[in-house]
Design a binder for this molecule. Structure first.
Ligand code: TXE
Length: 480
């Protein structure tokens, strides 16, 4: 099937009639084509967004909110269709798409539909000077949203929902590797009564379509989630144009396990934090550090549990690990397993490409646990973004803190301990945008979300996102 761009409330072919193949990772087959949009398509999308902006930005909050909530309801009503499309496009288990991806996309619209009605600005009385200041929070205009392939609709809507809630109009590009649910979203938006031009979805490669969005002189803010190298490139293009930038990039997150934790809970959650979505979540805890006194016990129990995970076709209900997103990505992840071996890492389980019966050309890999001799090896430092984790022991809090912080990334950390003082001490010192204590990926959409160091700049979520998608203007009135 051919999908189209969603511009000015309707579906259109790319002007230059350029197309890219879309692969089904579960069997390696091409199952559709998507536009490889050029600057002409992006311009069309921009013009339609620009035209929609004056009335959208002045629509009452109640009305705007109602439309966002309607989009959320329609996503929920079409859960099966969206989950099936997401699973087919990405290779993730259908059960995961149904439980996490699509419900969360719906929550994103509902959350920001509600949040905008509560978003308030400050006023400052200048006592002694006879003046009052108030802050206007005004939408920016036309903004760009660019999202990756690992949580396609989840992350696409995580950007779009706050952008339009705040009164902006959007030119958005999903990953060319997973465009399907973004395509389906267009129809839902029309049905929900989103005025035409408020959201425009252009499909295409990062280096062509994405690049044009980022470099467009009148798209004044860019919200991007993806690889760190791409984020750095985007910053180089956008910074001299003084665009607002929100960059959510890679991670190499530590999972730090102290002997005094609730062991069973830790064990079960550590399997999830390692391998959910084939390990393709920027928040996965890919570096596991275990206190020496329980290291051997953990190693045995963890490996046993990981071996029980079933690699299989995404639509099979018993599948825990589906296909990786693409052939190049599978090759990249498999290459890291070889690098680990060269660096004297010991593969405790997994490590092999899997052939799934009936889907022999799909991109499957066993969940892999590697015991590493040092935290400085490449597999412990570089983002692999697949079903591969490293484990190693530590002796002291100081030692593990140093290892946790000794990577270029700083997105999230999971800490397993029942020692309150240690929790507080470590949370203040970890170089990480998020610290989960005795849990993983527990999300409250009101909280600031984002990373430090090479994991990006800016925060998404809650009012942080609404602040990003608005310009603050100070109005100072002298009354005396
Ligand atoms: O992402 P890219 P890729 C990490 C992970 C992965 C690596 C590369 O380690 O192996 O990044 O993945 C668009 N201007 N993450 O190559 O290229 C692109 O079309 C504008 C972490 O797939 O960063 C897509 O829509 N846009 C991550 C989006 O950027 C450009 C999730 C992301 O693609 C562009 C995914 C350009 N020059 C991968 N080049 C996370 N943080 O969750 C590409 N794009």
């Amino acid at each position: 099937m051919k999908i189209q761009n969603y511009i000015n409330g309707g579906f259109v072919n790319p002007i230059q009639n350029n197309w890219i193949d879309n692969y089904n990772p579960s069997n390696g087959e091409i199952y559709g084509q998507i536009p490889n949009s050029s600057s002409k398509d992006v311009e069309l999308a921009y013009e339609s967004a620009k035209k929609a902006f004056p009335s959208w930005s002045k629509m009452t909050l109640e009305h705007r909110s109602r439309i966002l909530i309607k989009i959320s309801e329609l996503l929920e009503a079409n859960l099966e269709q969206f989950a099936a499309a997401e699973s087919k496009d990405n290779g993730k288990p259908l059960s995961l798409a149904k439980k996490i991806d699509i419900p969360r996309a719906a929550s994103n619209f509902r959350f920001f539909g509600n949040a905008i009605t509560q978003f308030a600005s400050e006023s400052h009385e200048s006592i002694g000077q006879g003046a009052i200041n108030y802050t206007l929070r005004q939408p920016i205009g036309v903004v760009g949203c660019i999202s990756p392939w690992n949580l396609p609709l989840y992350l696409f809507t995580w950007k779009i929902a706050p952008a339009i809630a705040a009164g902006n109009c959007v030119v958005a590009k999903p990953s060319e590797i997973t465009p399907m649910t973004a395509y389906l979203l267009g129809e839902i938006c029309t049905k929900a009564g989103l005025p035409k031009g408020v959201l425009n979805i252009v499909h295409g490669l990062g280096t062509t379509t994405g690049q044009v969005i980022v470099a467009h002189p009148d798209i004044k803010a860019i919200s991007f989630t993806g690889g760190t190298a791409t984020g750095a490139h985007i910053a180089r293009v956008a910074a001299p144009m003084f665009k607002k930038l929100s960059l959510e990039l890679g991670g190499k997150n530590p999972n730090i396990i102290f002997a005094d934790c609730d062991y069973d809970d830790m064990l079960e959650t550590s399997v999830r934090s390692s391998f959910t979505n084939q390990g393709q979540i920027c928040l996965c805890g890919s570096r596991i550090f275990v206190e020496a006194s329980i290291y051997n016990r953990f190693k045995k129990d963890f490996v046993e549990k990981v071996k029980q995970l079933k690699v299989g076709h995404p639509s099979d209900a018993s599948t825990n690990i589906g296909a990786l997103v693409s052939k190049p990505h599978l090759e990249k992840v498999a290459e890291y397993i070889e690098i680990a071996k060269e660096e004297n890492g010991k593969v405790l389980c997994g490590g092999e490409i899997v052939t799934v019966k009936g889907s022999e050309n799909g991109y499957y890999l066993q969940p892999t646990v590697i015991e590493v001799p040092t935290d400085e090896c490449r597999v412990n430092q570089e983002e692999i973004f697949g079903p591969v984790v490293t484990i190693m022991p530590f002796n002291t809090e100081e030692e593990v803190l140093e290892m946790a912080n000794k990577v270029k990334y700083g997105l999230s950390t999971t800490l397993w301990t029942n020692d309150l003082k240690r929790t507080m001490r470590m949370s203040t010192q970890l170089q990480s945008g998020i610290v989960w204590v005795n849990t993983w990926m527990m999300r409250d959409l009101r909280t600031p979300f984002g990373g430090v160091k090479a994991s990006g700049v800016g925060r998404e979520g809650g009012f942080e996102a609404l602040r990003f998608f608005t310009e603050a203007k100070n109005v100072c009135i002298k009354y005396e």
